[in-house]
Design a binder for this molecule. Structure first.
Ligand SMILES: NC(=O)c1ccc[n+]([C@@H]2O[C@H](COP(=O)([O-])OP(=O)(O)OC[C@H]3O[C@@H](n4cnc5c(N)ncnc54)[C@H](O)[C@@H]3O)[C@@H](O)[C@H]2O)c1
Length: 238
């Protein structure tokens, strides 16, 4: 299949790109390198250095006729979104819509979208949250991710464009940036490697969910199958 991976120079989507290429797919990457790195980019992928908001996105879809979009490009810093909600929405809502509109226009069959289990639920009523837990996001980032989910539902209902939505929580593994505000596993390992002590906030009894990036990759491979669609926040269902 011909697949467009957005954010393919970043942590998670670079692993997904590798797996798609190993599985024999023809992969294109859009990335603006705002946090992605050149060394993460698989040299067998076609790299297009572009912002997802660029009007040239439409031309790309028109020429390449993608079967599937795997959409991982995002402004992914929750605290930054609180300080800069308009920037966050420009990338995470309008940038996505720029892709979805072209996808609809040129017959993309399915969108695989990286949502978040950590930010769409808000304060949780019960633990662990399942997919039916009420969604009351408490940050612009969470609101934007939920808006994407709603748009994708709309594109499916009205235009028949399928989706698979993954509500990831705390993905960890190789290539993760230990300098960001997310990624506690990378932050802790980095601290320990440099002889410092990691700090656990709270009373030590807090629970968090973590998922290894290769498990995320497996889910993104299975999501290519035509009979897989819907919202998943726990990759064990695969
Ligand atoms: N890492 C996690 O634990 C986690 C948890 C929940 C959801 N997610 C989501 O998964 C996705 C990938 O996260 P990641 O940890 O790999 O982050 P990352 O920062 O490593 O990757 C994001 C990629 O998107 C690119 N990008 C950002 N804005 C762009 C734009 N406007 N146009 C084109 N490219 C752009 C960046 O350059 C980068 O390569 C994001 O959508 C994020 O919200 C991640």
């Amino acid at each position: 299949m011909k697949i467009l991976v957005t954010g393919g120079a970043g942590f998670i989507a670079s692993h997904i790109t590798d797996a798609y290429i190993n599985a024999g797919h023809d992969v294109f990457i859009i990335d603006n390198f705002s946090s992605g790195r050149k060394e993460n980019v698989n040299h067998k992928a076609t790299l297009i250095e572009m912002d997802i908001n660029d009007e040239k996105v439409d031309e790309l879809f028109k020429i390449e006729k993608f079967d599937i979009i795997n959409h991982h490009a995002a402004q992914m810093d929750v605290r930054f979104s609180v300080d800069n909600p308009r920037f966050d929405a420009t990338t995470n809502i309008l940038g996505s819509l720029n892709l979805y509109e072209s996808a609809k226009k040129y017959g993309v069959k399915k969108v695989i979208f990286a949502s978040t289990g950590g930010a769409v639920y808000g304060e949780q009523d019960y633990f662990p949250a399942d997919e039916n837990h009420p969604t009351s996001p408490c940050s612009p980032y969470g609101i934007a991710k939920l808006a994407n989910e709603k748009y994708l539902f709309y594109y499916k209902q009205i235009f028949g464009m399928e989706h698979v939505i993954f509500r990831y929580v705390n993905v960890y593994g190789p290539r993760q940036n230990p300098h960001g505000e997310a990624g506690v596993v990378a932050i802790f390992i980095n601290k320990m490697l440099s002889g410092n002590q990691p700090v656990i906030n709270g009373d030590g009894l807090n629970t968090r969910d973590y998922v290894f990036v290769e498990d995320v990759v497996k889910a993104n491979l299975l999501a290519l199958k035509s009979n897989v669609s819907g919202i998943y926040n726990n990759l064990k269902y695969y």
